[in-house]
Ligand binder design. Structure first.
Ligand SMILES: O=C1C[C@@](O)(C(=O)O)C[C@@H](O)[C@@H]1O
Length: 346
């Protein structure tokens, strides 16, 4: 199972995009982009928005046991001592994000976080996901560090293979038979086998606030360990131009144009979406399968894949709704799905 992250959106973010009177760039767009990126990175996400400090804190308390990380977007609660204390109490590594630049505002919540990412629109959040996936929570790793991490992972894999071979040789049985020396050896799992030097991790936290340092050092190794297969570009600084402050960009997190094959293969029509919804209603697709399909199509459309003329916005909107439909707050009933099919009729 991938790392499990909780994303907390603070007050007023439910009206994101809407209050600015813009099309797009809404919370649903952000959540869809987060879910798409999380899937690519092998992360599991739970996303909660609340206008109430207490609800954010209660959510942290309720979810704490199964979590590997928290992405917290405090919005106007940047000065919240209770939220900061809750983050410290639950002891899960956290990254604080802001769409816009903090400017003169001083974040208290950030005192409990390994790092703060600000002023990059949606990309602030996406970068946080990437940092959790790579284990470089402060985003400080250089290319050399990343290479060291990769080498370490390879060495670790080889070590694990060796251990597995040893298990085949009956060493694990010894662990149960009371042979202390052999048992100790056999008990060296992946975590224990991890190199103590762990230079990148220390370095990655070198600029984190003292409290965050202490907390991250106590955090479970798995929460900080790099995930194999994470992109080598992670930890880069300033490679992508930040989105203008306050203008969350829909382009962020997009795949490169053409990455999905020929335009014809990507052509999105009302008939296609209708068919998928029909498959779901007939039980040929599970809700999760439909959501996964919708997410990949939504990503294609965001990348510039062609869509039926005159229906692009509607199709994009429906794909988003289907993508988010596995979340309890965005569930679609059968009659919602039938309604969508009716509106998609030609
Ligand atoms: O909605 C926003 C954006 C914001 O949450 C941010 O992430 O930059 C900061 C809030 O103060 C403001 O109300």
């Amino acid at each position: 199972m991938g790392k499990r992250l909780l994303v907390l959106h603070g007050p007023n973010l439910n009206l994101l995009g809407e209050r600015e009177g813009r099309q797009g760039g809404r919370l649903a767009d952000l959540d869809a982009a987060l879910l798409a990126r999380a899937t690519e990175l092998g992360l599991e996400l739970k996303v909660v928005q609340s206008n109430h400090e207490g609800v954010l804190i209660d959510t942290l308390h309720a979810e704490r046991s199964g979590l590997d990380g928290v992405v917290v977007s405090p919005a106007g609660l940047f000065g919240s001592y209770p939220l900061m204390e809750a983050l410290e109490l639950v002891g899960v590594p956290a990254i604080e994000v802001y769409l816009e630049r903090l400017g003169e505002r001083e974040s208290v919540v950030g005192e409990a976080c390994a790092s703060t990412i600000e002023g990059q629109g949606f990309h602030s959040y996406l970068e946080a996901l990437e940092r959790f996936a790579s284990g470089d929570l402060a985003g400080e790793l250089t290319e050399e560090d990343e290479e060291a991490v990769e080498e370490e992972e390879v060495a670790e894999d080889e070590e694990t293979e060796g251990e597995e071979a040893a298990e085949d040789d009956g060493v694990v049985d010894a662990a149960w038979s009371g042979d202390d020396e052999e048992a100790e050896e056999a008990g060296k799992g992946k975590t224990l086998g991890r190199s103590k030097k762990d230079i990148p991790r220390e370095k990655s936290l070198a600029v984190a606030p003292a409290k965050a340092l202490a907390r991250a050092a106590d955090a479970p190794a798995k929460a900080l360990a790099p995930v194999s297969g994470s992109r080598k570009t992670l930890g880069r600084k300033g490679v992508e131009a930040p989105a203008a402050a306050g203008t969350p960009s829909k382009t962020l997190g997009r795949k490169a144009k053409g990455a999905q094959g020929t335009p014809a293969a990507n052509f999105l029509t009302r008939a296609l979406v209708r068919q998928k919804i029909a498959d779901r209603l007939a039980g040929r697709l599970t809700p999760a399968e439909l959501a996964t399909w919708a997410r990949s199509k939504w990503t294609d459309v965001q990348s510039g894949a062609p869509a039926e003329s005159g229906y692009r916005d509607l199709l994009e909107d429906y794909l988003q709704r289907l993508t988010l439909s596995t979340m309890p707050t965005n569930k679609l009933s059968d009659s919602d799905l039938v309604d969508m099919m009716t509106r998609l009729e030609g």
